[in-house]
Design a protein around this ligand. Structure first.
Ligand code: PAF
Length: 280
């Protein structure tokens, strides 16, 4: 069965009103399309938890800090709809741009704290764009739960904080990162890697797991980070934006493993910016 595609907010609201009247719950899976197994795992989690599921596809111009990245972002609506068909979601919301940013749109959602490290300084304006569009999608859909991948762990924390701070009545649920056999975190950006670069990128996650094992064994973080930077350079990464050990709780920087932590990486390979993080 083909899934209905909704392009207007009124149509989404009409569906939601009907479900609310019947006391049925809605799970939202916000995406920018170019769906892969990671997104589909979010759909599965939403299906298991909620009576109805809506997947949103909107390539949000406000969260791209480079016009080139926005232009190159894959747009694959037809293939995305085909991938979603077996899951029986209720609708795919692919809003026309004016349904999100109508003429004269003037509001930005901006957060302090959790946005001030890692992706924040490296991608100016990115989290304002994410928080703004996600706040809109939450309010437009009136969903009960929303599902996000832990691959974008900082984004997950930003979205949780935003929903709490703005009293949006939605539960934000983080789902584990889905990986290729090599350990490479699935990402829509992987489509832009050459086969050789995919092989190289596959070495990053095992490197992170080895670092995590050393941290768990009590080693200091600084020399481990230095070794990882050197290894990434040897592999052909052109720029390492950050390798950070940070608290799971508030993303504060850590020098050794004394509270629950995650290890984060952002680096460029083959003209593509790759990020990953793992629990330590
Ligand atoms: O993670 C993404 O795909 C996007 O940042 C999101 C959450 C759909 C907002 O545009």
């Amino acid at each position: 069965m083909t899934t209905p595609i909704l392009r207007r907010l009124d149509d989404l609201r009409a569906l939601r009103r009907d479900w609310t009247r019947k006391g049925e719950t809605l799970g939202l899976v916000p995406t920018m399309g170019a769906l892969h197994a990671g997104h589909l795992s979010l759909v599965e989690a939403a299906k298991a938890a909620c009576d109805h599921v809506v997947v949103t596809i909107f390539v949000n111009p406000r969260q791209f800090n480079s016009p080139e990245d926005l232009a190159n972002y894959p747009r694959t609506e037809h293939a995305d709809a085909e991938k979603l068909a077996p899951f029986g979601v209720d609708a795919i919301y692919v809003p026309d741009p004016d349904q999100i940013y109508p003429e004269g749109y003037a509001t930005t959602v901006s957060l302090s704290g959790v946005t001030e490290v890692m992706e924040g300084p490296n991608r100016p304006g990115h989290f304002e764009g994410v928080a703004t569009v996600v706040a809109k999608l939450f309010l437009q859909s009136g969903a009960d739960q929303a599902f996000f991948g832990e691959k974008d762990y900082q984004q997950l924390m930003v979205v949780k904080r935003m929903a709490r701070d703005l009293d949006i009545p939605i539960e934000v649920i983080g789902c584990p990162t889905v990986r290729e056999v090599s350990g490479l975190a699935m990402s829509s950006r992987n489509m832009r890697l050459s086969p050789q670069a995919v092989e190289i990128a596959g070495q990053v996650n095992p490197m992170m797991e080895a670092a995590a094992a050393r941290l768990r064994a009590g080693e200091d973080y600084a020399p481990i980070e230095a070794e990882m930077r050197a290894s990434l350079a040897d592999l052909g990464f052109s720029d390492v934006e950050y390798i950070d050990l940070r608290s799971t709780e508030d993303l504060s920087a850590m020098t050794r493993l004394d509270t629950p932590a995650r290890l984060f990486i952002a680096a460029w390979l083959d003209g593509v910016r790759l990020i990953d993080n793992i629990a330590v």
